[in-house]
Design a protein around this ligand. Structure first.
Ligand SMILES: Nc1ncnc2c1ncn2[C@@H]1O[C@H](COP(=O)(O)OP(=O)(O)OP(=O)(O)O)[C@@H](O)[C@H]1O
Ligand SMILES: CC(C)(CO)[C@@H](O)C(=O)NCCC(=O)O
Ligand SMILES: [K+]
Length: 262
């Protein structure tokens, strides 16, 4: 059977299909996607999340599909994760799902289902960084306690904010992001913003390494591949493992669907 996964972010909406037998998540190409070819599928259920409005997304999906629709919202404490916020409902559901995706990757399934963390499983503290419209960084201790996180502007958001508030920063050509000093306006802006985000990750590692000996860093979101190689080079330490998982929010949704069905 197939479950449809829907992730509505700040700039775009993404769809994927979860094969309930194999657990395989197939990303659907949004360029080729039409309501018509989504409709031809007989989905078992839809698991969806929105950083905008869950209610609006529910309404939109309900006009197209007759299967059960589950709109996921940030829960208090579930599947072994405990959120740092006093008001959990304010934590973006994409952050919670990305953390769930990362956390469940390393924790025993039996433990997850009951919400208890399985004993004697090999896992460590985690940093989850989502490079989207905003960049979010969340730190989780070994036992699933969310310590907290940061929200900063993403690459494009920082750039448009900077260009919008200044008179004479003129961008004429497109240059790539490098962790080097810039030698013209374009590279000063692009590299500066890039390095500012990189530095935030370094600082997060530094803080988390005060609490844990070993950390796993999960990178996700539209811009994550721009950061992966540089982070692997710069954080080449025995006690830091870095993983690029392009669809961590979908992994979280898939985990949720699997656990919800148990
Ligand atoms: N097809 C695409 N459409 C839009 N942005 C893309 C695409 N492919 C890569 N990107 C990059 O992804 C970034 C946006 O990331 P993402 O798609 O994860 O954001 P989002 O959908 O707004 O979700 P979030 O709410 O997490 O920001 C942009 O800065 C852009 O550079
Ligand atoms: C931070 C974003 C925009 C990242 O997509 C999203 O998770 C969100 O809108 N969060 C709400 C604020 C918060 O998480 O504290
Ligand atoms: K996202």
């Amino acid at each position: 059977m197939t479950i449809l996964l829907v992730d509505e972010g700040n700039t775009r909406i993404k769809y994927a299909e979860l094969d309930t037998n194999s657990g395989f998540i197939k990303l659907l190409d949004s360029h080729l996607l039409s309501k018509a070819n989504l409709n031809t599928q007989n989905y078992l259920a839809i698991y969806a999340s929105s950083v905008k409005s869950g209610a609006e997304l529910q309404k939109m999906l309900a006009t197209q599909f007759s299967c059960p629709i589950y709109i996921i919202e940030t829960p208090d404490s579930k599947y072994g994760l405990t959120i740092a916020y006093a008001d959990k409902t304010r934590l973006g559901v994409d952050r919670w799902l990305a953390m769930l995706g990362a956390f469940c990757n390393t924790v025993d399934l039996a433990g997850k289902a009951t919400g208890e963390v399985a004993q004697n499983t090999k896992y460590c503290a985690q940093l989850v960084a989502d490079f989207g419209t905003a960049v979010t960084i969340d730190a989780i201790e070994q036992d699933g306690t969310h310590i907290g996180g940061w929200i900063i502007p993403g690459l494009n958001t920082a750039k448009s904010g900077l260009l919008g508030k200044t008179a004479s920063i003129k961008i004429k050509t497109d240059v790539c992001h490098k962790a080097e000093f810039g030698d013209m306006t374009e590279s000063c802006v692009n590299n500066g913003i890039y390095v500012s985000i990189l530095s935030t990750i370094f600082y997060a590692c530094k803080l988390l390494l005060k609490k844990a000996e070993t950390i796993d860093i999960y990178l996700t979101g539209g811009d994550c591949e721009l950061f992966y190689a540089e982070l692997v080079t710069q954080l080449n330490e025995q006690n830091i493992n870095i993983y690029q998982v392009d669809d961590l929010v979908f992994k979280g949704l898939a985990q949720y669907a699997e656990l919800n069905a148990q």
